[in-house]
Ligand binder design. Structure first.
Ligand SMILES: [Zn+2]
Length: 371
């Protein structure tokens, strides 16, 4: 994929992709919010990371690896539209292969009528989850799952007015990789990443990695955004049905959207067996999560700026139903230039990593040092 552009006239918005080869593509629409999804064979992106602002009927577009073998482009729409034409053009003069999509305005009823239910993914077509080999009892090291947020066609937040050179998915991944190295260097911890490249992973698959490996701790790594570009600092979130404040509620709404914008929202959740045992287990997990959050806030003070009230609670899907103590760490704000620049620096990431190591050390000593 070498270029993407939008052309606009009074009645039409044209979306064009330039490619070095011809690829198969499939298009479908999703409502609430209105989107057009274009799936193609896995491609290399030569058009910069994440996504870009749109034009005409297109609010914004995002792209990335959806699953091995399939890349996805999502057009977030300003208005309900219909695909008037879609076609491929062969290379000509200075142009390579081009995929062209012509959009015309339509009514919401019409738009909704064209919605094709996304094909339910079968188990075989899901990204492979790591094979479970070690269980809690057979391990000598504590197992920590680090979860770099977003990925693929879900770039997370992109900062504002060029405040960040990289989208959240990239900052979260490089930071998580550095934190992993810091944890492993101690020789005390084994670390698994929920993703080690730029690929989309569902919330449920993320917590699933921690669950199936019976991990001792789960840390989801993100970067925040807010309208006020002066706001800086890290926040540690733990799960709660009730958000601790309005900002926390807004954060949950943003972070939880990831599965919805990815077009997976129609997939049925499996029935979960509920019982008093699960509830007790969850209470224990919540208490341990809070204990770790307290340690983390205490240690992060020395390596990074923290928000006021740095430990907050929110209803975060990625932490939900998880029987592993878990927190979501917002490293800082990509809407703030200083935070955005610092967070991509190896030195900052290492400092944060070492704070996490100390927090993890204290947490395990405090809660599991009986033997
Ligand atoms: Zn995020």
């Amino acid at each position: 994929m070498t270029a993407a552009r939008i052309g606009v006239d009074k009645h039409r918005t044209r979306f064009v992709l330039e490619l070095s080869d011809k690829v198969e593509f499939s298009i479908f629409t999703l409502a609430d919010p209105n989107r057009i999804v274009i799936d193609i064979a896995e491609v290399d992106w030569k058009i910069g990371p994440g996504g870009a602002e749109g034009d005409g009927f297109i609010e914004r577009y995002r792209y990335g690896l959806f699953k091995p073998g399939t890349s996805r482009i999502v057009l977030d729409l300003k208005y309900p539209v219909k695909v008037d034409k879609s076609f491929f053009l062969p290379p000509k003069k200075n142009y390579p292969y081009r995929f062209v999509l012509d959009l015309k305005k339509t009514s919401q009823t019409d738009f909704a009528g064209n919605i094709r239910k996304p094909r339910k993914m079968t188990l075989a077509s899901r990204p492979p989850e790591p094979v479970v080999e070690s269980t809690r009892s057979g391990r000598t090291k504590k197992l920590i799952v680090l979860d770099p947020g977003h990925g693929g066609h879900d770039p997370g937040n992109l900062g504002k007015n060029g405040s960040s050179a990289f989208p959240e998915k990239t900052v979260a991944l490089t930071a998580a990789q550095t934190i992993k190295r810091e944890l492993e260097r101690t020789g005390r911890y084994e670390v698994i990443l929920t993703r080690s490249r730029d690929i989309y992973v569902k919330h449920r698959a993320r917590s699933g990695v921690a669950h199936s490996h019976q991990a001792d701790l789960f840390i989801s790594v993100h970067c925040d955004s807010i309208a006020d570009s002066r706001v800086r600092g890290a926040t540690v979130y733990t799960l709660s049905e009730k958000a601790s404040d309005r900002e926390a509620a807004a954060l949950a709404a943003r972070e939880n959207k990831s599965d919805i914008i990815a077009g997976m929202d129609l997939e049925a959740e499996p029935d979960e067996v509920q019982g008093i045992l699960i509830e007790l287990l969850q209470r224990e997990t919540m208490n341990l999560s809070s204990s770790f959050a307290t340690e983390l806030v205490g240690q992060l003070k020395s390596s990074t700026l923290l928000r006021t009230r740095p430990h907050r609670t929110a209803n975060l899907l990625v932490l939900k139903g998880l029987d592993v103590p878990s927190v979501l760490l917002e490293l800082g704000y990509l809407t703030n230039k200083t935070d955005a620049a610092l967070l991509m620096q190896k030195e900052t990431q290492q400092k944060i990593g070492r704070s996490i190591v100390r927090a993890v050390d204290h947490y395990f000593q405090k809660n599991f040092a009986s033997n």
